[in-house]
Design a binder for this molecule. Sequence first.
Ligand SMILES: Nc1ncnc2c1ncn2[C@@H]1O[C@H](COP(=O)(O)OP(=O)(O)OP(=O)(O)O)[C@@H](O)[C@H]1O
Length: 315
Amino acid sequence: MAENQVEMIIKVTDVYKKIGNSQILKEINFSIGKGEIVGLVGPNGAGKSTLMKILAGLWAPKPKGECYILGCDVTKEKERIEVLRRASFFIETPALYSKLSGYDNIELYSKLKYGSTFNVKDEINRLAPFFELENNMLKRKAKAYSLGTKQKVGLLQMFIGNPEVLILDEPFNGLDPTVTIKVKELLKTRWRENNITVLISSHILSDIEELCSRIIFIKNGSIILDKNKEELLKSNTVVIFHFTEKEHVDLACRLIKEKLPHVSVETQFNNSIKIHNISSYEDIFNLLQNEGIKVRDIEEQRMSLVDFYKQLYLQ
Ligand SMILES: Nc1ncnc2c1ncn2[C@@H]1O[C@H](COP(=O)(O)OP(=O)(O)OP(=O)(O)O)[C@@H](O)[C@H]1O
């Protein structure tokens, strides 16, 4: 491979998925290079979990499509076994054996994946603090676990044995903020030290914005945008107008919508409005001044992923 050529770790080609008469995925194409952390976002029912199940080899693409991870075809059983050894898949709520303790669940998972001689104990001791999992909790049977604890144990398993690839579907569901912060730090450390490749889906856009260098947006089973995060957010700014009087908020919104229909405007809580899609805010300032609306302050901000998502999906 040439030096400047990035090794493709995940390659999805022309994937379709039909269940019954419903076309769940259409013409899905993307590649993920080594060391990329890619976010997959989209509304409920867009097809994110379906795509991840296909990548995990749990579902076959139908009527057509190809998925390769680490050069292995996930639809071929022998090659899929190689993928399952080198990659970790966190798909939906983790299935733990309820009669086994958390510790024994992790041990069973690890030995099935890496063989009976694998040293699980050291790995668990190293990883447990990131998940705030105390020893006495890990010794309890999984049937006594809360949803969040099951999530923590299931997610801890994903990091056992330094996998090269992580495919994570809604990994932060049900985790408290402390654990979420620690797990994100763990992901970043693994990325820095081992150059792991990650595909992560989440509705928590601030987590995607923090972690991912590239974002794939999906809607009704199709990719509608696949772009580098910095390029996506750097090129767009939002402007916040702060008013001295609360009554002026609605008035300003109505006025902007009427006179400048191409501008997107939304009200904020603190006597202010947020405006997207403008190259200069002078026109708006003049419009408001002419109507006697008193502007206390104007603030320019970099667009957040939430702002971008609103533009892409809600307008
Ligand atoms: N087993 C199934 N049988 C029939 N339809 C299904 C099945 N699983 C998913 N679907 C449908 O496929 C579509 C995509 O579902 P999927 O779970 O992939 O979406 P998602 O983007 O992960 O949504 P969410 O954000 O709600 O998790 C939905 O319309 C869903 O109803």
